[in-house]
Design a protein around this ligand. Structure first.
Ligand code: GN1
Ligand code: MG
Length: 374
C-alpha cells in the first residue's frame, strides 16, 4: 500500500528496493530538487533507507548525461575508497538502479527520478556550529578533490553550461535587470548598483583560466556545508553528496563557495542583516582544513587567490539570487515572495565585509602555508 502522498505508487516499484515501503520523509535542505528519505523493511525486520529524488529538469536540462556523470564519478570513487581500505557504502553515494537497470526512472508523467543508498548514522549541518566542524567539511571537500584528481575530465558532460563563469553570470544578471520580467527591479536598486559596480571582479578568474594561469580540475561546484555527511560518532565528514554539478572547474570555485556559505555568522536567508557577518575565524578554520588535504596539489596562483575566490563566489551567488528575484523566482525554490531578495542581501553584506577584511584573509592564508610548508 502506498502511504506516501507525495510519491506516486509507480515510483515505489520503479527501483530495486529491498522490502516493503514503511515510511517516507521529505528533506527540504536543497533549493533545486525534490528529495525524500524512504525506509523499506524486509521480512526479517531488516530496515534499509534510500534517498529518492525527483530531479529538477528545468535546471538540469540533460538529466541522462547528468546521471552518466554521477555513475562514472561514484564508481570511480568506490574503487579508490575500497583500494585505500575505506568503506564505499559510507564514504560515497551508490546509485540504486531502476527495475530495468537504468540509473534513473522516467515516470509516466515525464518526471525524472533517481535513487541512492542513504548513508546511515550520519548527520548534516545547515549552519556552521563550530570552527572544528567547518574544518571537518573542508577536509572532506579537499579530499574529494584529491580523489578525483585523475578522473578523466573529458568524459564528464557539462551539466549546467558556464555554471561558475562569472562573466556570463554577470551578463545574465544585467539582462534580468534590463528585462525586469517581474517588475521587481525597483525594490532593489541599491543591491543592483552594488553588483553592477563590481563588473571588473567577474572576469579575473575567467581571464586567468583562459591564459592558462589556473588549471581546470574536476570539481564539485556546489560545496555547501550541507553537502557533507558527518559521522554520528566521530564528527568526521565522511561523504560528499550532491554530485549533480561535478564538472571541470576551478579548485577556487569549491573553496570560495564553501566560504560563502559557511564563513558567515548567520543563515543564507537571515532577514536581519545585523546578524550577518563574515567570520575570519571560520575562514581560517576552513582554509586550514582545505589546505591540509588539498594544499599540496594546488598551484601557487590557486593558493594566492583563495581570499578573492571567497568574495567572488559570494558575489556570484548574490547575483544569482537577485537575478532570480527580478526574473520572478523561476530557478531557486522559495518559501515566500521576498525570499530570493533576502538571500541576495545576505550575500552582498558578506561581500562587503570580505572586501574590508581581504588583508586579514590574505595573512591567514600566508600563515597556513607556512604551517603546511606549501
Ligand atoms: C543550489 O541544490 P543546492 O541547494 O545544494 C545551487 C547552488 C547554489 C545554492 C545556494 C544546481 O544548491 O549553485 O550555490 O543553491 N545549485 C544549483 O544555496 O544551481
Ligand atoms: Mg545540495
Amino acid at each position: 500500500m502506498n502511504k506516501f502522498k507525495e510519491i506516486p505508487d509507480e515510483i515505489l516499484t520503479a527501483f530495486v528496493f529491498e522490502g516493503e515501503p514503511v515510511s517516507a520523509e521529505r528533506i527540504t535542505d536543497g533549493h533545486i530538487n525534490n528529495t525524500f528519505a524512504l525506509t523499506f523493511e524486509s521480512e526479517g525486520g531488516n530496515k534499509r533507507k534510500y534517498l529518492l529524488q525527483e530531479l529538477n529538469t528545468n535546471v538540469f536540462r540533460q538529466p541522462e548525461a547528468l546521471m552518466n556523470n554521477v555513475v562514472g564519478v561514484t564508481e570511480f570513487l568506490r574503487k579508490k575508497i575500497t583500494a585505500a581500505g575505506g568503506d564505499p557504502e559510507r564514504e560515497c553515494l551508490t546509485v540504486i538502479p531502476s527495475a530495468d537497470s537504468k540509473p534513473y526512472y522516467i515516470s509516466k508523467d515525464g518526471k525524472f527520478w533517481r535513487c541512492f543508498n542513504f548513508i546511515e548514522n550520519t548527520y548534516t549541518l545547515q549552519r556552521v556550529e563550530s570552527a572544528e566542524s567547518f574544518a571537518a567539511s573542508a577536509r572532506a571537500f579537499g579530499n574529494f578533490q584529491c580523489l578525483l584528481a585523475d578522473y578523466p575530465a573529458e568524459t564528464l558532460a557539462e551539466t549546467i553550461p558556464n555554471f561558475h563563469n562569472t562573466v556570463s553570470r554577470f551578463a545574465d544578471f544585467k539582462k534580468a535587470v534590463e528585462d525586469n520580467l517581474s517588475g521587481r527591479a525597483d525594490n532593489c536598486r541599491e543591491e543592483i548598483k552594488f553588483i553592477l559596480s563590481r563588473e571588473s571582479d567577474c572576469s579575473v578568474l575567467v581571464d586567468m583560466t583562459a591564459k592558462g594561469e589556473l588549471p581546470l580540475r574536476v570539481t564539485h561546484n556546489d560545496t555547501k556545508l550541507n553537502n557533507v555527511m558527518f559521522d554520528n560518532e566521530t564528527g568526521v565528514g565522511i561523504c560528499v553528496v550532491d554530485l549533480d554539478t561535478v564538472m571541470p572547474g576551478l579548485a577556487l570555485y569549491d573553496f570560495g563557495d564553501s566560504i560563502r556559505f559557511g564563513a558567515s555568522t548567520a543563515a543564507e536567508d537571515e532577514p536581519d542583516l545585523e546578524k550577518v557577518h563574515f567570520s575570519p575565524e571560520y575562514f581560517e578554520a576552513y582554509t586550514d582544513g582545505f589546505l591540509s588535504t588539498a594544499g599540496r596539489a594546488l598551484t601557487d596562483n590557486e593558493i594566492k587567490y583563495l581570499p578573492f575566490s571567497s568574495k567572488l563566489m559570494t558575489l556570484e551567488c548574490g547575483m544569482r539570487f537577485l537575478g532570480d528575484y527580478i526574473n520572478g523566482d523561476t530557478y531557486f525554490k522559495t518559501d515566500y515572495p521576498e525570499h530570493n531578495l533576502v538571500r541576495a542581501r545576505t550575500q552582498l553584506k558578506l561581500v562587503s565585509e570580505m572586501e574590508d577584511k581581504m588583508q586579514i584573509m590574505t595573512d591567514t592564508v600566508s600563515r597556513i602555508r607556512i604551517k603546511y610548508g606549501i
